[in-house]
Design a protein around this ligand. Structure first.
Ligand code: FES
Length: 116
């Protein structure tokens, strides 16, 4: 899992944050589009593949990331790559391609101008 540009001081190699924001005021939110299920699936897959832990990958919950119009949203650091996903197959691809192999999944990128 070591890569030439890896920061040796970084506790995790990669972090993925899922917006799990739930709005009860009738406005749209990632929670209304399967964000929790996607988060749970991602966490399980990362663990199954042996990617979880120090020096590897951490899957974290987040509140609103302010890019709701592209939701459901997840962002991967340190690359700061934003994803808009739809189903478990998309999550599998993000896990295997980006989190494990370091290859960005171009087809799931959130368009750069998408905001709230
Ligand atoms: S509700 Fe998910 S980015 Fe705002």
């Amino acid at each position: 899992m070591s890569e030439p540009n890896r920061n040796p001081d970084s506790y995790y190699e990669r972090h993925i944050f899922f917006c799990l924001n739930q709005r009860d005021n009738g406005q749209d939110c990632c929670a209304a589009h399967g964000a929790q299920q996607a988060f749970d699936h991602c966490k399980a897959r990362v663990k199954e593949l042996g990617l979880a832990g120090p020096g590897k990958v951490r899957v974290n919950k987040a509140g609103c990331l302010d890019r709701c119009a592209g939701g459901p949203i997840a962002v991967v650091y340190p690359e700061a790559v934003w994803y808009s996903f739809f189903d478990q197959a998309d999550i599998d691809e993000i896990v295997e391609s980006h989190l494990r192999d370091g290859q960005v999944v171009e087809r799931l990128l959130t368009p750069p101008t998408v905001g709230r």
